[in-house]
Design a protein around this ligand. Structure first.
Ligand SMILES: [Zn+2]
Length: 181
């Protein structure tokens, strides 16, 4: 196995609880249990962390970019980490924009990988939906499914050789034991 440098995470359903249709304000933001601990554990082991998230609610006028960044700052604060420790990437386009960044397209992941300067094989994407899985597999990035968010439904679909974990913390513990045997 190639040693991982970059851990990429989906946001909704992995970092925070899902809100239908979108988290539209900081008041609606609720971090999933043990997520702050999991993020801090990754940082302690010097992994780079990026969050790649589809947020088409922006182009649909359901939330502003300012609010999106406010939610980002709240995640950082609640997780008790430094803002420069996590890079955030968003696709704010709508489906009809046919952009290259909306997952399952790999554009957001490519940006994260390029910014860290590692190989795709040195990155791991953690998500809860089939579009996350496809986005990773299309550029040769390993994918881990978490059973939070849409994860339990997604687990019923073909996921190739992706590993499945009950929680982000369980996944992070596995990342650490496989990268630091
Ligand atoms: Zn896009």
């Amino acid at each position: 196995m190639v040693k991982k440098q970059l851990i990429i995470l989906d946001r909704d359903g992995i970092i925070n609880e899902l809100v239908d249709p979108y988290v539209r304000s900081v008041d609606e933001l609720e971090l999933i249990e043990d997520v702050p601990q999991a993020l801090n554990l990754l940082l302690k082991y010097n992994f780079k962390i990026s969050i790649c998230s589809n947020q088409r609610g922006v182009s649909r006028g359901l939330l502003s970019l300012d609010t999106l960044y406010e939610i980002e700052r709240r995640i950082i604060t609640v997780a008790d980490i430094e803002h420069h420790d996590i890079a955030f990437y968003y696709c704010t386009h709508d489906i009809s924009d046919s952009c290259n960044c909306r997952k399952p397209k790999p554009g957001l992941l490519c940006q994260a990988i390029n910014d860290v300067g590692c190989y795709a094989s040195e990155a791991l994407f953690i998500g809860d939906s089939i579009s996350d899985c496809k986005s990773a597999q299309s550029i040769g990035v390993d994918f881990n499914l978490i059973l939070t968010g849409h994860g339990k439904l997604t687990a019923q679909q073909p996921l190739g050789d992706s590993q499945i974990f009950v929680s982000l913390m369980a996944c992070v513990r596995n990342i650490i034991t496989t990268n630091f045997p």
